[in-house]
Write a protein that binds this ligand. Structure first.
Ligand SMILES: Nc1ncnc2c1ncn2[C@@H]1O[C@H](COP(=O)(O)OP(=O)(O)O)[C@@H](O)[C@H]1O
Ligand SMILES: [Mg+2]
Length: 247
């Protein structure tokens, strides 16, 4: 059975999609069979990994219009595409009795065939994110180490506690980690320390540095290990993958 890792934060622009793509690619390079699922209506993960206009996406599969389709990207790595239509999910499915378990049911058959399923969550704590939390083994929360970074974090942690009580008792927080990190900036160092104090044991050691190549790679439809294997971003994500695997 695969582990399901969800990358989540109710804030946008913190590195959820970048982390899903590159941690997924890193796990695949380490020999694990990985399926990525793009749950954001913006479909940044899908486009950033080079799928321009896929015929089948996760929304159509959730609505049972067709079977779940994972497009192969490279050895050990496949992607279930996102779609703008996902923004209508709550409206269409919000009244169904088992509305929070639709993704869980959809992913069950592929859990036998891979080692990790990575979910790229939208920047909101709505029904799509609830579906992700309902089936996840562990949540990973990227944070930009800036002032106010903690506001979003508190909301995520509240939702985790609620989901653990009512929907998914085995859900864990795999870790909080800092992205776009610039250790030279005092403000960022202090924010990181504040969060380490508030959530002891949950903050991962490895941080992801601000790296130009990490912003460029998706424009060429590539992960960081293909695009800039010697960059700081590749080194940081490779080390983060090791930390996730060994923690
Ligand atoms: N470590 C980093 N260094 C430089 N740019 C980054 C880094 N992480 C993310 N970015 C860029 O910041 C923007 C937001 O990142 P993204 O992963 O899309 O965030 P989210 O999915 O949380 O909205 C994107 O343009 C991305 O390329
Ligand atoms: Mg995103």
């Amino acid at each position: 059975m695969s582990k399901i890792l969800a990358f989540t934060n109710q804030k946008g622009g913190v590195g959820k999609t970048t982390s899903t793509a590159n941690i997924g690619a890193g796990l695949a390079r380490a020999g694990h069979r990985v399926v990525l699922v793009d749950l954001d209506p913006q479909a940044n993960l899908t486009h950033g990994l080079g799928l321009a206009d896929p015929e089948h996406n996760v929304y159509g599969a959730l609505l049972h219009e067709y079977r779940l389709k994972a497009y192969p990207l490279q050895e050990n790595l496949a992607l279930v595409a996102g779609a703008p239509a996902l923004s209508g999910f709550e409206k269409v499915k919000g009244d169904e009795l088992d509305r929070e378990f639709l993704l869980k049911d959809l992913l069950e058959p592929i859990q036998q065939r891979c080692d990790y399923i990575l979910l790229d969550c939208p920047p909101a704590l709505g029904l799509i994110t609830l579906n992700a939390y309902a089936c996840a083994t562990a949540l990973y929360i990227p944070l930009e180490a800036q002032l106010y970074a903690t506001d979003g974090l508190d909301k995520v942690m509240e939702m985790v506690a609620r989901v653990q009580r009512r929907v998914n008792p085995t859900l864990t927080v795999g870790g909080i980690f800092f992205t776009r990190f610039d250790g030279r900036k005092v403000l960022r160092r202090e924010t990181a320390e504040t969060i380490r104090d508030k959530y002891p044991g949950l903050v991962l050691e490895q941080t992801i540095r601000e790296t130009i190549a990490l912003g460029e790679a998706p424009h060429l439809g590539q992960d960081i290990f293909s695009y800039a294997p010697t960059s700081a971003g590749a080194a940081d994500y490779a080390a983060l993958v090791q930390e996730i695997l060994t923690r």
